[in-house]
Design a protein around this ligand. Structure first.
Ligand code: MG
Ligand code: ZN
Length: 180
């Protein structure tokens, strides 16, 4: 839809604390300080906020899709309680070597988002903490933004100035709002 503003946000390491042991339950899902407020800031300024997340823990048998759905209901509830809203949550449950179309950096989830929300991802800011987020953004003409939360600091060291970098999602939200 022309004029509609979309921001794409990775989940682990951007909205919630990441873990090398995966986020396997609602109890393990802990928001990064300020991230829920950042989503609320964007929602209230008229941005559609969509989450795009790789969740290979499903295929690894670490948690099932019902648990993932419960985690995402919880995330939705917490965002709503903070005064914001999520336009959609897209996830890839497959293993890295499954050859699926959805696992970032491949574009499947972004194409699904476009179909379901009726918004183009071209030019939309895509906030992530990993190279796969940046590569996914670049593959579809979205605008990659790196945050230093999660594994973002390590990604920043690797990328050396290729993309804009912010401390966290809150800093990104404030910047997007001042851009107009
Ligand atoms: Mg991440
Ligand atoms: Zn997939």
């Amino acid at each position: 839809m022309a004029g509609e503003r979309l921001v794409i946000v990775d989940r682990d390491g951007v909205i919630n604390e990441d873990s090398i042991d995966y986020i396997k339950s609602v109890a393990e899902w802990r928001p990064i300080p300020g991230s829920l407020e950042a989503i609320a800031l964007l929602s209230n300024a008229g941005w559609s906020v969509a989450v795009v997340t790789n969740q290979s823990g499903v295929a690894r048998g670490l948690f099932d899709e019902a648990t993932l759905a419960a985690i995402h209901r919880h995330m939705n509830d917490r965002v709503y309680a903070a005064g914001g809203a999520l336009a959609g949550i897209y996830y890839c449950p497959h293993l890295p070597d499954a050859g699926c179309e959805c696992r970032k950096p491949r574009p499947g989830m972004l194409r699904a988002l476009e179909r379901e929300l009726g918004i183009s991802v071209r030019g939309a800011p895509f906030v992530g903490d990993r190279l796969s987020d940046i590569d996914a953004a670049e593959a579809v003409g979205a605008k990659p933004i790196l945050v230093r939360t999660g594994t973002g600091a390590a990604t920043e060291a690797m990328l050396g100035g290729r993309v804009p970098v912010f401390d966290d999602l809150q800093a990104v939200a404030k910047s997007l709002l001042t851009e107009g």
